[in-house]
Design a binder for this molecule. Structure first.
Ligand code: PLP
Length: 363
């Protein structure tokens, strides 16, 4: 609903402008006379659009020409299996840097397909990224996996780890398209779309070409990146509607100034929220180490000690003012503010005014 301020972690807010474009083209896609939803995925119309969306990903992220861009299905968790199925065969082992629940789930899934080396000691609570000097990397690993931004804990890598020559694989489900970075530092980047690029149904994989050709024999064909790359991601019927939405959102990002502009806005929005948290004398507090704070997902608790009653009040009051989906993930509770690209400065202004008023009333 346009009047609501949606801070959901995913499926997340979509840009208003894209709703207008989609409404116009839903029945007649680019004057083809047909909706894309009822057009063959093997038609010239879809083939052209599919390539255009790949080109837009390449343009926004400046993806070098020796990387393939794939659109798959199965969501982020599908890729938790897809990564080991495609990359683990070389040595049968992989390094997982577990800095939150999502990387923990990824590691567990990978252990079905080979040996997982846990680079860090198990942590009961996730508060940040331990110093790289303490990481126990295995030089024999087929790859090193990180979750670039843990959506639940708001823990984000703001550096590219030194993996000592082993291929780096990153789950960027919640921070892709929020800034530019050097893709050539990564062997594989993957992300589900429903946070910052569209809706559930399509997942993006950016894979360096020399890593193709190593899928385990048990790898299902639709998860096999080599087969998918050969078939331009059209081995079977792709999620055409999800690709259509993703394409339109990414084109909008280009028109709005690309990822430099997105990063600038993200920094502004997150500093507005963190500054209220930091000036509240621990009334609002974040457990994440400052150096690893995410600019995209900001979880916090209310009260010292934590008061679930106050948190409930906060959420109810926010909802009454049209601010929705501010609850923390069910595993950690509390509040979580997600600031994906489509969340506007105006949304954030309304939120910080409310946070300040709530603090004054209940501190
Ligand atoms: C960082 C991260 N990775 C993976 C996933 C799983 O994505 P999906 O629900 O598409 O499987 C999520 C979902 O929120 C996520 O935040």
């Amino acid at each position: 609903m346009p009047n609501l301020h949606n801070f959901g972690a995913g499926p997340a807010k979509l840009p208003e402008e894209v709703y207008d474009v989609l409404a116009k083209e839903l029945r007649d896609f680019e004057s083809s006379g047909l909706s894309l939803l009822e057009t063959s995925h093997r038609s010239a119309v879809f083939e052209k659009f599919n390539t255009q969306v790949q080109d837009t990903v390449r343009e926004l992220l400046e993806v070098p020409s020796n990387y393939k861009i794939l659109f798959l299905q199965g969501g982020g968790q599908g890729l938790f299996a897809g990564v080991p199925l495609n990359l683990m065969s070389r040595t049968g082992t992989a390094d997982y840097v577990v800095t939150g629940i999502w990387s923990k789930v990824a590691a567990k899934e990978a252990s079905k397909y080979g040996k997982v080396n846990y680079v860090l000691p198990e942590q009961e609570v996730y508060v940040g990224i331990p110093d790289e000097a303490t990481w126990k990397l295995d030089p024999n690993a087929s790859y090193v996996h990180i979750c670039a931004n843990d959506t639940i804990h708001g823990i984000e890598f703001n550096f590219i780890p030194d993996t000592k020559g082993v291929h780096l694989v990153a789950d960027m489900s919640s921070n892709i398209m929020t800034r530019k970075f050097d893709v050539s530092n990564f062997g594989v980047i993957y992300a589900c779309a429903q946070k910052n690029m569209g809706t559930a149904g399509v997942t993006l994989v950016i894979v360096r070409e020399d890593l193709l050709g190593h899928a385990l024999p048990i790898c299902p064909s639709v998860f096999d990146w080599t087969l998918m790359a050969k078939n331009n991601s059209i081995l079977n019927t792709p999620p055409v509607n999800a690709i259509q939405i993703m394409g339109r959102i990414l084109q909008l990002y280009v028109q709005q100034g690309g990822l430099t502009k997105m990063a600038e806005l993200m920094t502004k929005k997150s500093s507005m929220v963190y500054s209220v948290i930091d000036q509240s004398n621990d009334f609002y507090f974040s457990t994440t180490a400052r150096k690893d704070r995410s600019v995209v997902n900001i979880p916090f608790r209310i009260g010292t000690p934590v008061s679930e009653e106050l948190e409930k009040k906060f959420l109810q009051g926010a909802e009454a003012l049209g601010m929705v989906q501010l609850n923390g993930h069910k595993l950690v509770g509390g509040i979580r503010v997600s600031l994906y690209n489509s969340v506007t400065m105006q949304d954030v202004e309304v939120l910080v005014i409310y946070m300040k008023e709530f603090y004054e009333k209940h501190r």
